[in-house]
Design a binder for this molecule. Structure first.
Ligand code: I3P
Length: 303
C-alpha cells in the first residue's frame, strides 16, 4: 500500500540493504510521493520499482561497486511491468516502525550544465513552470515572461534556488512526512538559517538523540564522499538525501535520485565545494553537506 501526496515531487522511498529473500515486515509503511504519475510501483518482496532511466541505472551499477554503496539503496536490476521498464531497488523504510521522513535536495545548483546549453540553443519556455512561479510569487516573472505566460526551465530552477536555501546553503528541504502521516511540502520559501533550523527542529520533534544519530551518519557519509571515486568523477545534480527515523530512536540517511547525476569527461574532476562557474561542473554538494551538518549541530545544546 502506498501513501500518496500530489504535491511532494516524485517518489521518495528507497530501501535498506535487506536481502531479496526477506519480505518487508510492514508493507503498509511504504511511501510514494507522486510527481510523475505511474513512475513508481512496489515490486516483489516489497522492492521499489522506479520508472527506468538509463542514466540512473548506470549510476546505480557503478555505485554498487563504490565505497558509497552503504549510503544508497541496494540496486537489483531492471524489471518489466505493464510494458514499461523499471529500476528495482530496496525499500529504505522497510526496517522502520511508523517512520518520519525528510527529503533534502543537495547542491547549490539543480539543473545540469547541459540543460543550460540546451536552453541557450533551443529555448523552450514552459507554461506549467510560469504557473508554478506565479502561484508562489505573482511578482516574480519579468515583463517578457508575463507576456509569454511562460518561463524557461533553467530560469524557473534558478528562481527556485534563490527563493529557497539552495543558493545560500547548498541544500534545501523538499518535503517532510511526519510519523503521524502528515506531509509538509510547503518549503519553497524556507531560506534563512533560522527557517531551516525551525523546519529541522520540527522534523526531529526536538529530539537530540535523533539529531545525534543523523549527525553521526552524515559525518560518515561526508568522509566516504571525500574519497569516493564515483563522487569525484560525477556531477551530482538534483540528488537528495533521504532522512528516516522512528520512535525507537533509529535513524538513517541515504543518497537517492540519480536521474541527473552524470559522469564527467575523463580529464575533469570536481571537489563539490568550489563555487560553480559555467564549465567547471561543480555542484556544491559537499558545501551543502557541510552546512547541513553545521545547522544540525547547532540544534544540540552546548556542552
Ligand atoms: C520541479 C523540480 C524538479 C524538476 C522539475 C520541476 O519543480 O525542480 O527537480 O525535475 O522539472 O518542475 P518544483 O519542485 O517547483 O515542482 P528534474 O530535477 O528532474 O529536472 P520537470 O517539470 O521538467 O520534471
Amino acid at each position: 500500500m502506498f501513501y500518496e501526496s500530489s504535491t511532494w515531487k516524485k517518489h521518495r522511498s528507497l530501501g535498506t540493504s535487506s536481502p531479496l529473500s526477506m519480505p518487508p515486515k510492514k508493507p503498509q509503511q511504504w511511501l510514494q510521493v507522486v510527481g510523475h504519475a505511474g513512475s513508481f510501483h512496489v515490486g516483489e518482496y516489497g522492492m521499489l520499482l522506479k520508472r527506468f532511466c538509463e542514466g540512473e541505472q548506470q549510476c546505480f551499477q557503478k555505485l554498487m561497486d563504490d565505497t558509497l554503496k552503504p549510503f544508497v539503496p541496494t540496486y537489483h536490476g531492471v524489471v518489466q511491468r505493464d510494458e514499461h521498464d523499471y529500476n528495482m531497488m530496496d525499500n529504505l523504510l522497510t526496517h522502520f516502525n511508523t517512520p518520519a521522513i525528510m527529503d533534502c535536495k543537495m547542491g547549490s545548483r539543480t539543473y545540469l550544465e547541459e540543460e543550460l546549453l540546451i536552453a541557450q540553443e533551443r529555448p523552450q519556455p514552459r507554461k506549467d513552470m510560469y504557473e508554478k512561479m506565479v502561484a508562489v510569487d505573482p511578482e516574480a516573472p519579468t515583463a517578457q515572461e508575463r507576456a509569454q505566460q511562460a518561463v524557461l526551465k533553467t530560469r524557473y530552477m534558478q528562481w527556485r534556488e534563490t527563493l529557497s536555501s539552495t543558493t545560500t546553503m547548498g541544500f534545501r528541504i523538499e518535503g517532510v512526512r511526519k510519523a503521524n502521516g502528515v506531509c509538509q511540502t510547503n518549503f519553497k520559501r524556507t531560506k534563512s538559517r533560522e527557517q531551516v533550523m525551525e523546519a529541522l527542529q520540527d522534523f526531529v520533534d526536538s529530539n537530540t538523540q535523533i539529531v545525534r544519530g543523523y549527525l553521526r551518519r552524515l559525518k560518515q557519509l561526508r568522509q566516504v564522499l571525500e574519497t569516493s571515486d564515483f563522487f569525484r568523477t560525477h556531477e551530482v545534480v538534483g540528488s537528495s538525501l533521504l532522512f528516516v527515523h522512528d520512535g525507537s530512536g533509529k535513524t538513517g540517511v541515504w543518497m537517492i535520485d540519480f536521474g541527473k547525476t552524470v559522469a564527467l569527461p575523463p580529464h575533469l574532476s570536481v571537489d563539490h565545494r568550489t563555487p560553480w562557474v559555467e564549465g567547471n561542473r561543480e555542484d556544491g554538494y559537499l558545501w551543502g553537506l557541510d552546512n547541513l551538518i553545521d545547522i544540525l549541530t547547532s540544534l544540540l545544546p552546548l556542552t
